[in-house]
Write a protein that binds this ligand. Sequence first.
Ligand SMILES: C[S@@+](CC[C@H](N)C(=O)[O-])C[C@H]1O[C@@H](n2cnc3c(N)ncnc32)[C@H](O)[C@@H]1O
Length: 240
Amino acid sequence: MVDRDVLVKPEAKRVFVRRMFDGIAGTYDLLNHVLSLGIDIVWRKQTIDKLQPEANWHILDLATGTGDLGFESAKRGTHIDVVGVDLSVPMLRKGVEKNPAKSDTLKFLCGDCEHLPFPNELFDGLTIGFGIRNVANLEPALMEMCRVIKPGGRAAILEFSRPRTPFFRSIYNFYFRSILPIIGRLISRDPSAYHYLYESVMRFPEGPEFCRRLENAGFTQVQAFRLTFGIATIYMAHKN
Ligand SMILES: C[S@@+](CC[C@H](N)C(=O)[O-])C[C@H]1O[C@@H](n2cnc3c(N)ncnc32)[C@H](O)[C@@H]1O
């Protein structure tokens, strides 16, 4: 079980989240692919399809973890460079290790989405995959995201959401609440991690509510694209 403070107090959440990802970094990629039956790979590709990175773009991949979304962007065009930022050093280390060509198109940096160490309007594009739900304070993180994007730039945000049809919702709830924690515990040996995953997905302000939060942070032309019966959603947001 997860301490209730983690779900309601930002400072407790930040400490818990960093420790949790530090602890599961070694098995994170495997777990992701096993638990999602590989669909996470397709979702990341679809996210970068929506972003449509252009040649010579500077892209920021926030909560980059082991870098999968950043690597996907870097593959998409010539002279694209990507900076991946994450709170957890062990997650970043895994990303550095798996960079096959040791190419420097993706650079990893330890940092917090709520206080980005970049000047205003530096990046053409921004991505964040399964990360925004984990930040301690949502509004400051969204405002930071908008601040560092150039006018005319865009952000693609991939996050879990909740299916709407009752049939899929009941399968989803059963899988999330009963199956996923068992497999997760077997592979990562952290029982709280998958309880936290369920609780954080249930509490995340998804769909139209998240679109509204993006607009409040300064983004325009916000759109939500639901994937795989609504299990995940890509949010596209522009900066004028
Ligand atoms: C579920 S993983 C996602 C990793 C990767 N983006 C992916 O698609 O697999 C969430 C990541 O968010 C990071 N994270 C959580 N809060 C953060 C924050 N405030 N700033 C930066 N990274 C954060 C965690 O350390 C973790 O690596």
